[in-house]
Design a protein around this ligand. Sequence first.
Ligand code: C5P
Length: 236
Amino acid sequence: MAQLIVAIDVPDAARAESLVDELYELDVIVKIGLEALYGYAERILSYCEARDVRTFIDAKLHDIPRTVAAAVSQLVRPNVHILNVHALGGLEMMRAAVDASAERAAALGSTAPHVFAVTVLTSIAAEDLNELGLQGGPAENAIRLAALARDAGCSGVVCSAREVRDLKAFFGEDFLTLTPGIRPTGEAHGDQKRVTTPAQAVEAGADYLVVGRPIVEAADPRGAARAILDEMAVRA
Ligand code: C5P
């Protein structure tokens, strides 16, 4: 059964906290992204921890292995369900992140957060990849990077829902997929290029769906989240 992650990408902590209050009875996972991490990390992370709200820390770490392992150790808390790194940081860096997550969680006596690797950002299209000098399309690159992530011991990858079927076929059902770039029919795409609807993502077999603006910018965020959960349940 796929789970919904809400990206609370807002500029101030008070707004982020009120979104957590509005959403937490729906048992969604709250995604803390770069805006929150650089702006008000400690406040929102403690707020979620105090309410036992599961979080996904979308830190997208990409540095030398030792630095990434040290950052992961700082991020692990009992309610952190997922944290992530960029697969382009390489095998050794991803392995260091997975080990640090397990070691810090063991020291805290909690469950280790899943470490996911970002393959190709959902804002990147085929032309953008070629511009970067990466050969092949988004799907080929996602599979190549996912193989490295699996070898490093990551729980799964962040990818477009369009790539989930191929990834599951290559790496099996237990290798998890987390998909941003989700837009209910009729919603603006914004900067996202490789989008799908919630129903299409669930049908493809995605394990976690990340939705930000369609919920956070709605007049009624809880209603918008509930509608997406309903659409996910119908297709599950
Ligand atoms: O508002 P929207 O639904 O586009 O939000 C998607 C969220 O997922 C953003 O917080 C973005 O940073 C994040 N994300 C993404 N693509 C990735 C990884 C994370 O859009 N590959």
